[in-house]
Design a protein around this ligand. Structure first.
Ligand SMILES: Cc1ncc(COP(=O)(O)O)c(C=O)c1O
Length: 312
């Protein structure tokens, strides 16, 4: 396995040497923001394509603004550091890249202001997260999604992932593959790490940002592909829980989960309990796009290696 490296305290180093102190503010209070970026290995081309890196750092910058995390990097610098790190690691498989902006000060005290901030980055191999072929059996859980008046879901704040972890574990312990969280109003918000879409009478519908979702980059990718390639417009509106039960198709989107069909919700089959035709078309387009196989969307994919790594 190639050496794992990190970018930590303004230098590249082996991942094993990147360690934070026990008093680090973010470790004690969850005061960090992060991203998850996929590198998708294209074996035919011997290339690792990083997907929509810039858009991830644009969202990262928005999350930093919300958490008053002040970092001295430009968008270009974030992208360059990411490319350099991916290049150093040299993986020939799918990877997950984790940028983290965090309250690095070694101080006790619940606040956001007046604390030193820092940035780190690591890469790790990362295969499938949910079953993209068979699909996921999902359950709505009792844990409601955090409201914008509590911890804003539009920011990818580490502390708010306690809410997602409670939801995921409740779902798994109840025998499901993934959780669906409702928001405070009782309408559908999202999965523990995915956005959700339904298809009803050929309409593609997804909760809007005001339903307390993380505004996903895969969500936006699916909406673009649906519009440009399938001629299907997405309606962003609140979705009632029972709309999931009567939908013709349902799927989740996320950097980790890709486009995963939802085949069951709360022990009720979605459609005929198999991946639906529109989901299948979108999923194929999506996988082709993220592996750099669609010239029209190649601008979403940044090659990590200057020279292709083709095996003999
Ligand atoms: C709570 C939550 N919702 C949605 C998503 C999907 O977002 P994206 O497609 O940008 O990965 C994620 C993953 O980052 C997430 O953690």
């Amino acid at each position: 396995m190639p050496t794992q490296y990190a970018y930590f305290e303004k230098q590249f180093m082996p991942l094993a040497e990147a360690k934070i102190g026990v008093m680090t503010h973010a470790f004690n209070y969850g005061t960090a923001v992060f991203e998850g970026i996929r590198g998708n290995w294209n074996a035919d081309e011997g290339q690792l394509y990083l997907f929509r890196v810039r858009e991830h750092f644009e969202r990262f910058a928005r999350s930093c603004r919300i958490l008053k995390i002040d970092l001295p990097y430009t968008l270009d610098e974030y992208c360059d550091l990411t490319l350099k790190l991916a290049g150093m690691c040299g993986y020939e498989e799918d990877v997950y890249i984790r940028p983290l902006g965090y309250k690095a000060g070694q101080v006790v005290g619940v606040k956001l202001h007046g604390i030193q901030d820092d940035f780190l980055l690591f890469v790790t191999p990362f295969g499938p997260y949910l079953d993209v072929e068979e699909g996921a059996r999902c359950g709505t859980v009792a844990w409601r999604r955090v409201d914008d008046t509590m911890i804003p879901a539009r920011a990818k704040v580490t502390g708010s992932y306690v809410n997602s972890a409670l939801a995921k574990t409740e779902a798994i312990e109840n025998g499901y593959d993934e959780a669906i969280q409702l928001n405070g109003n009782g309408t559908v918000s999202e999965g523990s790490g995915e956005n959700i879409f339904i298809i009803y009478r050929n309409q593609l519908i997804t909760p809007s940002p005001s339903d307390n979702i993380l505004v996903g980059i895969t969500r936006e990718t699916a909406m673009t592909l649906a519009h440009d390639e399938l001629g299907i417009e997405t309606i962003e509106r609140s979705i009632a829980r029972t709309e999931l039960y009567v939908a013709d198709e349902c799927f989740m989107t996320g950097t980790a989960a890709h486009v995963t069909p939802v085949i069951e919700v709360d022990h009720r089959k979605v459609g005929d309990g198999k991946m639906g035709p529109i989901t299948a078309k979108l999923q194929k387009l999506y996988f082709d796009a993220i592996q750099g196989r669609l010239p029209k969307y190649k601008h979403w994919c940044t090659p990590a290696y200057a020279k292709a790594r083709v095996r003999e």
